[in-house]
Design a protein around this ligand. Structure first.
Ligand SMILES: Cc1cc2nc3c(=O)[nH]c(=O)nc-3n(C[C@H](O)[C@H](O)[C@H](O)COP(=O)(O)OP(=O)(O)OC[C@H]3O[C@@H](n4cnc5c(N)ncnc54)[C@H](O)[C@@H]3O)c2cc1C
Length: 377
């Protein structure tokens, strides 16, 4: 059995960030043949690493805990840490790297005290006295401090496992219901007209409960996607949502127009035609639509529908739900089992699109580093 003081399960965003901060020698166990696969996939290969407006408002989960963890790390500190990577600010607040590869390489250069063992899959963990005993496909390991950074269940193709949730439950932690999130929404029959618009996008808002999400909406052969629908998947459980396909447009101004509808609405022409067709209507001068027909046009600003579900874990960027944070200290240490830590996506903290998930992964890693580095002194 190999003995080491500290083991991190998972060489992903949170595990590697922690590794880069630890002052003492430690071991990272990674099941894949290479570390950081999700970092590489992030932001379409350009890693949206952080956001200027980091706050619990952009997350689903316990706001008090989230704010406490986020207080460990500002977006400026993230950018400064990756000072050798070029970033650009997009949409006024999101920071994208020139390439995700640069981010991963930069992070790996900072992992100075790490022994990183790839192709090492942790299968189970038990406690023997003060030690954690880990069974892996490459033999057993023992350690005093165990950090679980094994991520969620989304994007299966990048290599995922449920080991973190199993460890949590083994040590009597509660795990809330898990679901794919930051993923497109499938539609029911009344909305099948949207499927014919696959590839078309527009700027709209989607209301889920009391949340109004805005941004790009993309139609696909399965339903709706794009940042608006993906963010909505974070907050939607079941029931109705409301789409506004043209926020900020005043329909009253066009009611008496003699121009064709497709030429006055701020929407793609094929979208308007597909929408009208669904109600057995054709394009014509706006003034010729009857009042009841115009109600259908008005409905474009308050289109209620109930999604059928979502595109599933294969397409999801994250897993929502996870290990309950009420059982975690502000250092992400288990309140039930000393020296056991959980960080990153495995916790019941889910961020919106915009760099919030990587930022939380890093901030939670920093919380653990504070504790472990202070013990090491
Ligand atoms: C396509 C895509 C794009 C994304 N884009 C962004 C973005 O631009 N910005 C953003 O903020 N977030 C983005 N995310 C989300 C972000 O990547 C994750 O939230 C983040 O990587 C979570 O970090 P983590 O360390 O918790 O988990 P991960 O990064 O998933 O790391 C977990 C690691 O643990 C390993 N592991 C799992 N089980 C075991 C085991 N049994 N034994 C050993 N190792 C194990 C895994 O192989 C993996 O390497 C994206 C996600 C996807 C899928």
């Amino acid at each position: 059995m190999r003995q080491t003081k500290t083991i991190i399960i998972g060489g992903g965003a949170s595990g590697l960030y922690l590794s880069s901060l630890l002052l003492k020698q430690h071991t990272v166990l990674e099941q894949n043949s290479k570390v950081g696969k999700k970092i590489l996939a992030s932001g379409g290969g350009k890693c949206n690493i952080t956001n200027e407006f980091i706050s619990s408002q952009n997350y689903l989960g316990d706001a008090e805990f989230i704010d406490e963890i986020l207080s460990n790390l500002s977006y400026k500190e993230v950018l400064a840490k990756f000072s050798d990577v070029k970033f650009s600010k997009i949409k006024n607040n999101q920071f994208f790297a020139s390439s995700s590869k640069d981010v991963l390489n930069s992070l790996l250069k900072m992992c100075k005290n790490s022994e990183i063992l790839t192709s090492t899959k942790v299968q189970s963990v038990k406690k023997l006295g003060d030690d954690f005993i880990l069974t892996t496909n490459s033999g057993d390991f023992s350690c005093k401090n165990l950090v679980v950074a094994s991520g969620g269940l989304s994007a299966k193709a990048l290599g995922v496992s449920d080991i973190g949730y199993n460890i949590a439950m083994k040590f009597n932690h509660k795990v809330s219901t898990l679901n794919p999130a930051l993923v497109g929404l499938t539609v029911q029959k009344p909305e099948f007209w949207m499927k014919s618009l696959s590839g078309v996008s527009l700027k709209g808002t989607l209301k889920v409960g009391s949340r109004i999400l805005d941004g790009e909406l993309l139609f696909t052969h399965k339903g709706i996607s794009g940042p608006v629908a993906m963010n909505a998947s974070l907050f939607w459980q079941k029931g109705e949502c409301e789409l506004n396909f043209m926020p900020n447009f005043n329909l009253k101004n066009i009611r008496n127009s003699r121009k064709q509808l497709v030429s006055v609405l701020p929407l793609p022409r094929n979208f308007i035609k597909a929408y009208l067709k669904n109600f057995n209507l054709l394009d014509k001068p706006v003034s010729r639509f009857s009042d009841s027909e115009f109600e259908i046009i008005k409905n474009l600003q308050s289109y209620k529908f109930a999604p059928a579900g979502n595109f599933g874990y294969e397409k999801a960027e994250i897993t929502k739900g996870g290990i309950c944070v009420s059982e975690m200290s502000n250092f992400c240490e288990s309140k039930i089992c000393k020296n056991l830590y959980f960080i990153g996506e495995i916790l019941d903290v889910s961020g919106m699109i915009g760099g919030f998930n990587l930022h939380f992964a890093f901030a939670s890693a920093k919380a653990v580093a504070k504790k472990l580095n202070s013990c090491a002194l």
